[in-house]
Design a protein around this ligand. Structure first.
Ligand code: UDP
Ligand code: MG
Length: 327
């Protein structure tokens, strides 16, 4: 019989946090919902994570491990976990205990009230650098301004989703899946639970600045056509201004003793136009590269193996990412 609650946790080089996660989350889950399973997705870790997962996900326990063949990134690891989860409600959380396990009780309570998506919303971020906090704060506001979907601010992937929502989510054919956006896009009855984002239990953040930036750009590109519109407008404005300037110079030439000088202004204008052109090509390129990714139809991740797979069988397809994960 499928469990009531599945907890999906992407894990990348987290050997230092795993024992504590096992202890704290295990305690909480035994209390709030005995019928549960925990799916730890090893996203191609290079430290002792694989071995730690092997120990935690012992046969007969409620903890299961899915090992990806290499590091496919957090979003892909969550997707793999969602495909493996069987619960009537599925919680997604981080391995580093920044998402407090105790909050799962509140998420579950809201689900029992009838909500189909319960997302945790940060009211504060403890001990994350001011730069990261400011950038994150600004980013979510920009995202909300440009995306036609109502993506709530200050929410990460920490949430609970009903089985219906998970089924709909994993059936989406997108490879560049931006989960927190798709979750909002799907609709259903949604509500927020506020929480304080704790400091990492141990280890370094695995989301490097580059990975965060790429996730952020992905969010905007996959939910908004506004950057393309911006390119069009830039082109229009620049053409209009140069047209008017042209007329102005002709008039000046005819009506006065105007002598053409101004090497500097010419250079500046050429550089400016070059910049605008490169920027617009770049914007188009961002969309194009995503189209390219989608048409290649490569799976979002590849699974190497599993620990404590249900009934000795394989819960997860070897790879996933296309419609129904049949890739
Ligand atoms: N993670 C992952 N693959 C990656 C990077 C991160 O599975 O390529 C996992 C990581 O182990 C953690 C979660 O994603 O469980 C969030 O990562 P992190 O704590 O570094 O992100 P932050 O909390 O800084 O947003
Ligand atoms: Mg973290």
């Amino acid at each position: 019989m499928p469990p009531t609650l599945s907890v999906v946790i992407p894990v990348y080089n987290e050997e230092a946090t795993l024992p504590e996660l096992r202890r704290r989350l295990g305690e909480v889950l035994e209390q709030i919902e005995p019928s549960h399973e925990v799916i730890l997705v090893n996203d191609g870790s290079r430290d002792g994570t694989a071995e730690a997962l092997g120990r935690i996900c012992a046969p007969g326990s409620r903890w299961r491990g899915v090992h990806l063949s290499r590091n496919f990134g957090h979003q892909a690891a969550v997707a793999a976990g969602l495909r493996a989860a069987a619960g009537a409600a599925v919680v997604v959380m981080d391995a580093d205990l920044q998402d407090p396990p105790e909050l799962v009780a509140e998420l579950l309570a809201k689900w029992r009230e009838g909500y189909e998506v319960v997302y945790a919303q940060r009211v504060s971020r403890q001990r994350e650098g001011w730069l990261k906090r400011t950038l994150a704060w600004g980013y979510y506001r920009v995202l909300r301004a440009v995306a036609p979907v109502d993506i709530p601010s200050d929410t990460g992937d920490f949430c609970l989703m009903d089985r219906k929502v998970v089924d709909a989510l994993v059936a989406l054919p997108e490879r560049n899946a931006y989960l927190r956006g798709l979750r909002a896009w799907l609709g259903f009855r949604q509500t927020a639970v506020p929480f304080e984002r704790k400091a990492r239990f141990a280890g370094e953040p695995k989301y490097t600045f580059r990975k965060s930036l790429s996730l952020g750009i992905n969010g905007i590109i996959s939910f908004s056509k506004k950057p393309l519109r911006l390119a069009t407008w830039l082109g229009l404005v620049v053409s209009a201004v140069s047209f008017l300037l042209g007329i102005y110079f002709i008039i000046l030439r005819l009506t006065s003793e105007f002598e053409i000088r101004g090497w500097a202004s010419t250079v500046v204008i050429i550089l400016f136009l070059g910049g605008v052109q490169l920027l617009t090509i770049g914007i188009i390129g961002e969309y194009l590269s995503r189209i390219y990714d989608e048409v290649k139809q490569r799976p979002q991740y590849v699974v190497r193996g599993e620990d404590n797979a249900p009934e000795g069988g394989k819960a997860v397809r070897r790879s996933g990412g296309s419609v129904g994960g049949q890739a």
